[in-house]
Write a protein that binds this ligand. Structure first.
Ligand code: COA
Length: 190
């Protein structure tokens, strides 16, 4: 379906899609000392708090990542399948806590590289939630995708998280477009 000059396709009802004209939130979630950052918190400020941003799977311990998934209530997945999924992922971002060298925040996106992307697995370790890490990861992932010229960025949102995504520029059912999904329940622990 062609929607206002952008390529669009149907997604599940609860799917949110990013407005093509993305504007970064102006409000600052975590008091960022650097005013030059286009993000709510700069890379430097994150580092000064012991958080290192990473954009590759190198050094990412998949068992530790799985632990974060489980801690937030996601099903535990086969690390071999996670590795395949990450290999087929176009963009990913995770935050390492220097003290433990473990991942504490993560998000990734798949897509066709030019028109569309879907964001998956947005998680923040419960011990580190509410301090701006989720926003920090999402802002950077979206910026990377938009920088590649991708106009449609979609994601699935649980109802309780809609309020997290909205200020990041995501809207539900844009222009009344409703998503549809064919889904077979998977046994994730295999
Ligand atoms: C949702 C999640 C990724 C948010 O990460 P976080 O690091 O706790 O969020 P942040 O601290 O970056 O919050 C950024 C902003 O979003 C708001 N926010 C966070 N979670 C929210 C929620 N569930 N509903 C509404 N607003 C929320 C914060 O209040 C903050 O607002 P502010 O910028 O005005 O101060 C995290 O809570 C999480 O991993 N949840 C469990 C897994 C999950 O549900 N993932 C999403 C799958 S759809």
């Amino acid at each position: 379906m062609l929607l206002r000059g952008t390529i669009s396709y149907t997604l599940p009802t609860s799917t949110l899609r990013l407005r093509t004209t993305y504007t970064y939130p102006q409000n600052v979630a975590v008091s960022a000392q650097s005013t030059s950052s286009k993000f709510s918190i700069s890379d430097q400020d994150l580092e000064s708090r012991g958080f290192v941003l990473r954009r590759t799977v190198e050094d990412l311990n998949l068992d530790h990542l799985n632990s974060v998934f489980v801690a937030v209530g996601f099903p535990k997945r086969d690390p071999v399948k996670i590795r395949v999924a990450l290999k087929n992922t176009d963009a990913l971002l995770w935050v390492e806590y220097s003290k433990t060298q473990r991942p504490v925040a993560f998000a990734r996106a798949t897509g066709d590289g030019v028109f569309n992307a879907i964001i998956w697995d947005v998680v923040v370790d419960p011990s580190f939630q509410g301090i701006g890490l989720g926003k920090a990861v999402m802002e950077r992932l979206v910026e990377e995708l938009v920088g590649k010229g991708i106009c449609n960025i979609a994601l699935y949102s649980e109802p309780r998280v809609l309020g997290f995504y909205r200020p990041l520029g995501f809207v539900a059912d844009p222009d009344g477009i409703r998503g549809m999904v064919y889904s077979r329940k998977q046994k994730y622990n295999k």
